[in-house]
Design a protein around this ligand. Structure first.
Ligand SMILES: [Zn+2]
Length: 124
């Protein structure tokens, strides 16, 4: 009396009666929810501006998208206007640490070393 078996209609493997073949397991298992697509890393520019009249320091993010052309333009701006300085970082970092970063950039003196100490942000 031979063991009854059947062939998997998908791959032809011999299966015991009632056994489900492994070859289609992935189709039977519920799909895992797709991972959230990671937000692409978006760069943003932070401007530090000293008011020429009052000497007050303002720190604010630029609304413009950052690309090579904008970076070049900002660099020229900063070179021609010593009261303007621009800093580049990824938007996620600004969202998380914006208040702290702005606090540091608002100090009367912000050196290269200060910027390095913040980390993840570069001056143009
Ligand atoms: Zn199969």
């Amino acid at each position: 009396m031979g063991t009854p078996y059947r062939e998997c209609p998908n791959c032809g493997a011999h299966l015991d009666a009632g056994e489900l073949c492994d070859c289609r397991r992935s189709e039977r298992e519920p799909r895992r929810p797709e991972q959230e697509p990671r937000k692409p890393m978006r760069l943003m520019a932070i401007c530090r501006e000293i008011d020429k009249d009052t000497g007050r320091i303002a720190v604010y993010p630029l609304k413009t998208e950052i690309d090579d052309r904008i970076l070049g333009a900002l660099k020229i701006q900063a070179t021609m206007n010593p009261e303007l300085r621009y800093f580049i970082l990824v938007s996620a970092r600004w969202e998380k640490y914006g208040t702290v970063i702005a606090g540091i950039l608002k100090r009367r003196s912000v050196t290269r070393a200060d910027v390095d100490n913040i980390g993840g942000i570069v001056e143009l």
